[in-house]
Design a protein around this ligand. Structure first.
Ligand code: PEP
Ligand code: MG
Length: 854
């Protein structure tokens, strides 16, 4: 182990990455380091190594050190758009350089005028075990002065990652075989989930099925195994942390199952609000009449508009490359550019778009695709040719499978292919494709990135001759609420551009030459739908009371600022649970106080005057953090998690609390402690909050709540409530711990039911304690969005429900139809029943008697 010093590449003002006005750098997505506002235009090498990336535009350079560490200097923000104007490279990719060697000259004036900012990140791309230390304090810096040191550097002579064969002697091996019960087998989402988990360990893990083996880090390879429901899957790993890697992959399959069952329950907890709209598929319809095409319903709805086509340009690539070092470097740089761009697009979209882009980023970094591309480059091909042939090889493997869902991923691969080819050509996909008013897009197929670039305000429907109803582009269209038909056949090629068409994506038909009365009728149907929807949404904005006038608050569970906007649009009265974990997991370093404050403040701003209940990080256990060395646990669900992790790592907790206490307006923020088992835990956190409030100068104590997620907390609720201002029942964990059934266990999924009488008794205990103390008791677990559960929870005394944003209008509507006395009677009856099935039957009977037959 040794220490590597990174030197200032030019004179300037040294600051932090937080000052770079680009979320990709400020969010440390490409790595950690510092930023400099340059005062000279000569960039010298910050360390010795090989130039592994220096694009033709010469606005950035990456150096790989002898230890295999990549150091990136990116001159300014958005400078790729200058297309090389003002930059002059003084070295070539592949060159070896010493620290201080001149690499790039740039014209400060030209670049300053054309760039969003000159603030230049100098960063180290993430690698296991590396630590940055001795970071230079903000202030003036001269070229060649030390900016920071990298500790944990292993001295090695090769730049390829160590393989299992080179692993140390104590290398372990582990394995596990299971039957895959996922409804759609290992399709893209579970494959991505597994690949991500595999990458978190040093062990080399592989998956085998049907006599084939796949690298567990490669989404493409996992999908190409073609694993379907009922298939046997064998997981193998070798390396020091092999047992943990295998355990994590098994847990990944369970997590995928959990996601699948959550998605199967519509707006139930854990379902992205917009992806829950994915439509059922219908059989292709025969030609009903002349001028009518039958298709498969991908997103239901009706639209009238003008047939519109968009142009897709073929990207030409030369077969042969210049020299392999340069081609490799260009490919790497193109991938960096694409990654930055996709991450920017993801930041502006909803949960569905983020998920789909996450899948594309997995493809971009897929080890199998990249290895194949690098092999082609070594064989003399150009970067573009190599990338295209590597992607096409993966496409052929998917096309050979019988599984239509996996074949639908071909479009995603094609999307990633074209992103990279365009980046290699120094171009980017246009962010905005203009459309005429009321456009019905007519095409053979459509890529996800094409859809997101279309002008949503003018797009009324999508009609494809091919395509699949469960493709990513269909899921995106559902999230954007755009009616869509697929599989309409080649007949749509005959529709004239600009012709008025009627898309009836409820019936699965496209009328290609409708008469005037039919057009009028369809327009009226569209209008009345819009009005109905507007009414439901408008009613959702009104305060919610039960039929007898009892006030019940309906809040939303949030993970980010996009959810917050959706919550407000759906009439949520506040945020009942902000899962702050999203900020902590999947990163190399802990988020700073400033980063956290900015994220929380954005969400608070989106919520406006509504309250925000911010849950302290619920990490540890099955949500490990890379930067938090927690011991491996035999039973993570019963280990260091929630408040236990926070108390074991006071620095992390203090940083989060400081950020939370600084969110404005202060009175709107309430704090919630997860996984409480006794009052001492609450008092310990309260003590830290009191200290910080005094330090920051906050006079009014922040409101504090405890989560009721363990039977212990529910049984001791009357004591706990003395120490807090409110309780919030986390029914997901409360059910798992009460029934001793893992909430993600595939075979127990049907039995981990929060309406089990034992769980209801604990809810009753907590709600009773709240009523006696005159304090609010909420439910923020998934059961709050279950329509059979709503009357029971109200009957037991719960007066606040927090659900996914999309479920708010329906829950409010339901509460308005209920009388609390009826609910109370139902709840009392159900507490003495013998099984969750009986409870559900009683609740269904009551709702039916009210005419709620949903
Ligand atoms: C719960 O356990 O019900 C809860 C809301 O917390 P999470 O689902 O985030 O564990
Ligand atoms: Mg929980």
């Amino acid at each position: 182990m040794s220490i590597l010093q990174i030197l200032a590449p030019f004179d300037g003002w040294c600051g932090t990455l937080d000052e770079v006005p680009d979320p990709v750098f400020a969010g440390r997505m490409l790595g950690d380091g510092v930023a400099i506002d340059p005062t000279t235009g000569i960039l010298v090498a910050p360390c010795a190594g090989e130039i592994v990336a220096l694009p033709a535009s010469a606005h950035a350079v990456s150096i790989r050190t002898a230890q295999g560490i990549d150091v990136l200097v990116h001159i300014g923000v958005d400078t790729v758009q200058l297309g090389g104007r003002g930059f002059d490279a003084r070295v070539r990719p592949g060159a070896g350089v010493r620290a201080g060697d001149e690499l790039i000259r740039f014209d400060l004036d030209v670049v300053a005028r054309g760039a969003k900012s000159l603030m230049t990140p100098i960063l180290v791309t993430p690698m296991d075990g590396l630590r940055l230390q001795q970071r230079r304090a903000p202030g003036l810096v001269s070229s060649g002065e030390v900016l920071f040191e990298i500790a944990g550097v292993e001295t090695r002579t090769t730049t390829t990652p160590p393989r299992a064969a080179n692993a140390p002697k104590e290398e372990a091996a582990a394995g596990h075989t299971l039957i895959v019960t996922l409804r759609h087998g290992l399709h893209a989402r579970p494959a991505a989930l597994l690949a991500q988990r595999a990458k978190a360990f040093g062990a080399q893990a592989s998956l085998s099925a049907h006599g084939r083996t796949a690298n567990a880090r490669s989404v493409v390879a996992i999908m190409a195994l073609g694993v379907r429901q009922g298939d046997e899957l064998s997981i193998q790993a070798s390396g020091a942390d092999a047992p943990q890697s295998v355990a994590s992959l098994v847990a990944g399959i369970q997590e995928a199952l959990r996601m699948e069952s959550a998605a199967g329950h519509g707006a139930a907890e854990g379902t992205a609000p917009d992806s829950s709209k994915t439509a059922p598929t219908a059989a292709p319809r025969p030609l009903a009449a002349a001028g009518v095409l039958g298709g498969v319903i991908a997103v239901p709805g009706i639209a009238v508009g003008r047939a519109t086509r968009i142009e897709r340009r073929e990207i030409a690539v030369a077969e042969h490359g210049a020299d392999s070092g340069r081609e490799r470097a260009e490919l790497e740089q193109a991938r960096i550019n694409v990654r930055m761009r996709l991450e920017r697009v993801a930041a502006t979209g909803g949960a569905t778009r983020r998920e789909i882009i996450a899948a594309h980023l997995e493809f971009l970094d897929d080890p199998q695709v990249n290895e194949a591309a690098h092999e082609s480059i070594a064989a003399g091909k150009s970067a573009g040719f190599a990338w295209r042939s590597a992607i096409r090889r993966s496409i052929s493997a998917l096309q050979a499978l019988e599984d239509s869902r996996l074949r639908e991923r071909v479009d995603d691969l094609l999307d990633v292919e074209s992103h990279v080819l365009l980046a290699l050509a120094g171009e980017a996909r246009p962010m905005n494709i203009p459309l005429p008013e009321r456009a019905v897009l007519v095409a053979d197929d459509l890529l996800p990135s094409e859809l997101t670039a279309l002008d949503r305000a003018r797009l009324v429907a999508i009609c494809l001759s091919g395509g699949g109803a469960t493709s990513h582009v269909a899921i995106l269209a559902a999230a954007m609420d755009i009616p869509m038909l697929v599989g309409l056949g080649s007949g749509i090629r005959d529709i004239a551009d600009g012709a008025t068409v009627i898309v009836d994506a409820d019936a699965g038909t496209l009328q290609t030459a409708p008469a005037a009365p039919a057009i009028e009728q369809a327009r009226a149907a569209v209008e009345s739908r819009l009005m109905r929807r507007a009414k439901t949404l408008a009613e959702a904005q009104i305060e919610c009371r039960a039929l007898d006038g009892t006030r019940v608050e309906v809040f939303a569970n949030l993970g980010n600022v996009t959810d917050a906007a959706a919550a407000v649009a759906h009439g949520a009265e506040g945020c009942g649970l902000l899962r702050t974990e999203f900020l902590f997991i999947d990163r190399e370093t802990a988020p700073t106080e400033a980063e956290q404050l900015a994220a929380y403040q954005d969400i608070a701003a989106a919520l406006g005057p509504r309250p925000m209940i911010l849950r302290l990080m619920d990490v540890g256990g099955d949500k490990p953090l890379r930067y938090l060395p927690l011991p491996a646990e035999d039973n993570p669900a019963l280990g260091l998690r929630g408040v236990r992790t926070a108390l074991a790592h006071p620095d992390l907790m203090r940083t989060q609390l400081r950020a939370a206490l600084r969110v404005r307006p202060a009175g709107n923020v309430r704090l919630l402690i997860p996984m409480i088992t006794d009052a001492a835990e609450i008092l310990a956190v309260r003590g830290v909050i009191d200290e910080l409030e005094a330090e920051i100068g906050i006079a009014d104590r922040v409101e504090l709540g405890a989560m009721i997620e363990t039977p212990a907390a529910a049984l001791m609720a009357s004591g706990l409530i003395r120490e807090v201002d409110f309780l919030s029942i986390g029914s997901n964990d409360l059910t798992q711990y009460t029934l001793a059934m893992d909430r993600g266990h595939p075979e127990l999924a049907g039995r981990t039911d929060a309406l089990h009488p034992a769980v209801l008794k604990l809810v009753a205990a907590a709600a009773g304690a709240g009523a006696a103390a005159g304090k609010m008791v909420a439910v923020c677990g998934g059961v709050a969005a279950d329509r059979l559960a709503v009357p029971l929870l109200l009957g037991l005394g719960v007066r606040e429900l927090s659900v996914v944003p999309a479920a708010v209008p329906a829950i409010k509507r339901q509460i308005r139809s209920l009388r609390i006395n009826d609910c109370r009677e139902l709840a009392l009856r159900c507490l003495d029943l013998a099984s969750p099935g009986e409870v559900r039957a009683q609740a269904a009977e009551m709702l039916e008697s009210l005419g709620d037959m949903q």
